[in-house]
Design a protein around this ligand. Sequence first.
Ligand SMILES: NC(=O)c1ccc[n+]([C@@H]2O[C@H](COP(=O)([O-])OP(=O)(O)OC[C@H]3O[C@@H](n4cnc5c(N)ncnc54)[C@H](OP(=O)(O)O)[C@@H]3O)[C@@H](O)[C@H]2O)c1
Length: 323
Amino acid sequence: MGGFSRAILPKSMPNSDVMLKTENARQRYHFVTDQMVEEERVLRAKLKRLAIENHALREAAGKEAEAPLASELSSSTTDHYPELRALESKALSIVVIGASGDLAKKKTYPALFALFRNQLLPAHAIITGYARSKLEQSKFHEQIKGFLKGDDALVSKFLERCTYFSGQYDDAKDFSALHQELLKSEASQGKGPHANRVFYFAIPPSIYLETSKSVKASAFCGTGWNRVVVEKPFGKDLESAKKLADDLLQIFSEEEVYRIDHYLGKEMVQNIMAVRFANAVFEPIWNSEYISSVTLTFKENFGTEGRGGYFDEFGTSPRSSSF
Ligand SMILES: NC(=O)c1ccc[n+]([C@@H]2O[C@H](COP(=O)([O-])OP(=O)(O)OC[C@H]3O[C@@H](n4cnc5c(N)ncnc54)[C@H](OP(=O)(O)O)[C@@H]3O)[C@@H](O)[C@H]2O)c1
């Protein structure tokens, strides 16, 4: 018996209990026990149930995507996601810092549009792009429009909620001016004087700190919560990651900081249930007793394409990243 086969049999099982099963099973396993056959039957039933659930979810998602935009979140949406109801009572500003960049146009705005299209973004929310580039609002809209996938009328409605503001990252005065603009747009949302604000950092980590100081000093609102979302890579090694984390926590509370990685094992994570339950050989051994670390390999089939600034400073491993 090879090492791999031995690893999937319970240690207490005497060799005499190891039986060769049907031709079909023999093609898949070297040695098959009654217990393994029963486990496979249970796992196949689980997999079938998951496939049915998955199909139902995809269908539901498709219907949501086609649904016309309601002026307020529909009650069925808020029933499903009760935390959205809490967002209805106050104005909401989402500020994309570094809005002129690659990540903003390719990922951040399309993700916000997907929320909007699926009625998962309060309809009164206003999204303000912030960057140094001096861009007319119409020019900025042109820049992000090509990446928003959906009905033209819906894209136009979304763009009506997207404004653009130009300023420096290390200048508290520019952020004070932004604050004044946000106050005006929040007043126009018809939710009274209270507002929540999200600041999404689509900027290189090298300027997180100066930007954080400016945001905290001049653009935080005092009438609701404030949240700061930072993109990975979070520093360029463990040491710089720890320093960045410490520095940010000198400025913000832990509750205010969200760290995001939009690609962390995307495909694998999406398929992890199927991979595990469709392969009876994995199910008994995919646990902490047998796995001490996980390495994910990620390859892109396109070049840097506008992401030079990101790769110049941080680079990437050509083959894999471990965590
Ligand atoms: N792009 C991706 O696919 C990707 C993937 C994973 C993670 N990320 C992370 O997402 C963040 C943004 O990435 P990105 O590709 O959008 O970056 P980027 O295009 O290089 O930068 C975004 C914006 O920040 C400003 N900026 C760039 N370098 C600066 C500098 N040295 N000093 C001051 N401002 C600067 C520029 O705007 P203005 O000149 O108009 O101010 C730029 O449009 C980074 O943390 C990156 O590591 C990006």
